[in-house]
Each structure stands twice: as C-alpha cells, then as structure tokens.
Design a protein around this ligand. Sequence first.
Ligand code: DX5
Ligand code: ZN
Length: 242
Amino acid sequence: MASVAKRKPGTGGPAARLPETPALAPSILTADFGHLADQIAAAEAGGARLFHLDVMDGHFVPNLTIGPVIVEAIDRLTARPLDVHLMIEQPDRYIERFARAGADMISIHQEAVPHLHRTVQLIRECGAAPGVALNPSTPIGALEEILPDLDYVLLMSVNPGFGGQRFIPSVMAKVAALRQRVDESGEKTWIEVDGGVGPDNIVALRENGADILVAGSAVFDGRDPKERARALAALLERARRR
Ligand code: DX5
Ligand code: ZN
C-alpha cells in the first residue's frame, strides 16, 4: 500500500515524505499488536498524518520494543510518513537499517549520544529527516549549536520508556521557550511533543507552538482508535498557534 518510493539511503537531501503540520502522530506503543494493520488503518482514517514508532533497547530506557523488521512491516501498511523515535544507546549502529526499513524521520536522544553532530549528519545521509529528543530534565540550551542542523526537536513530556504516563506540566513552558528560540532563528524546525498528550492538553500545546503531537494511549486505549484520532485531530485543527 505504501505507494511512495523510498529514496536510497546514502543519497542525502530532504527526506522522501514529510507530514503537513500541525500533525497528529499516533504512537503505536499501546496499540493491539495482534491487529496492527486494523489499528493503523483506523488511526489513519481518523486523521493520523504520520505514525510515531518507539524503539527501546532496554539500556537507555528500561523497556524493549520494536526493531527494523517491524518498522518495515508497518511501512507496508501505510503511505503515511514514519517517525522513528530511537530511545537507544549507540544509535549510529542502527540508523541506516531503520532508514532502509522506511523511516522518514529519525530522532535520537541528546542524553544517549556523545557526538550529536555526527549522528545527525548520518541520519540525513541515510535520507531521513533528523531530529533530537530531549528528556524532560534536559534544558533546550543543550541544542543551541545543533539547532540549525535539525528538521525537528522532540520534547519529551514524560520520562521515556512507557506509554500511558501523565504529562509533566513544566514541559508546556519549555515548548513555548523553544518556539520562541526557533522563531528567532528563522528556521522551519518543527517542535514535536511526546508523552501524556491527549484532549486535555493538545490545544494548549499547539497554542504554545507544538507542530507534531504524539498520542499513544489517547488513541490506542482499547476503544475506537478512529474516533479517538478524529477527535484529537479536530482539536488540533481548530487550535491556533499564538
Ligand atoms: C514514551 C514514548 C511515547 C509513548 C507515548 O517513552 O516515547 O511515544 O508511546 O505514549 P502516551 O501518549 O500514552 O504517553
Ligand atoms: Zn516516542
């Protein structure tokens, strides 16, 4: 079903497929993996502009999830861009494999990577859009020098590792501060927010400057993912960035 041909990794340049923003990005972490095709089709029908795929290694975070084989399978299920969030140590070892599997956007954690600039360039060389993720306790100043090289910044609004956690309220001000910094820079860098996003905070997050809103349990909570995604996407469409 994925009709857009992938660019060959190693050719550089902008990523093959990127979403329009503001964008709702369902995270499949809490989806029913026994019925993943149906779950993805439902979220897509409800307005998912991209899919957020959480990769965990049991080292950087205390949980294990999916690898490139599953990313490739999901790529065959949807024509929407795939946003791969690497919560892993030594991501350089796997970036090309995830890009080949169909990742259009790849984020790595500032806290996990000693040579951020090199890793960001590697993501771009592999044909994906590079992003850097920050844990809730990491200040946005940690990205000052790398910001011009990024297509997006992922602000974690929970401590990474698990779906279904509560949004950490102080991240709202962090979103606004990063928005101001990005706007001053004149760059088009997207701001993505991940963790505890739902109907209670998605409008405020957009108003404070978020472009991509990840929602895991707010979409895949066992009930109708199409309706859940539709309601969130509608809130996001109506919200205005301040
Ligand atoms: C947490 C992951 C998130 C998670 C979001 O480590 O990065 O993407 O799936 O799930 P919710 O929306 O339930 O917090
Ligand atoms: Zn994530």
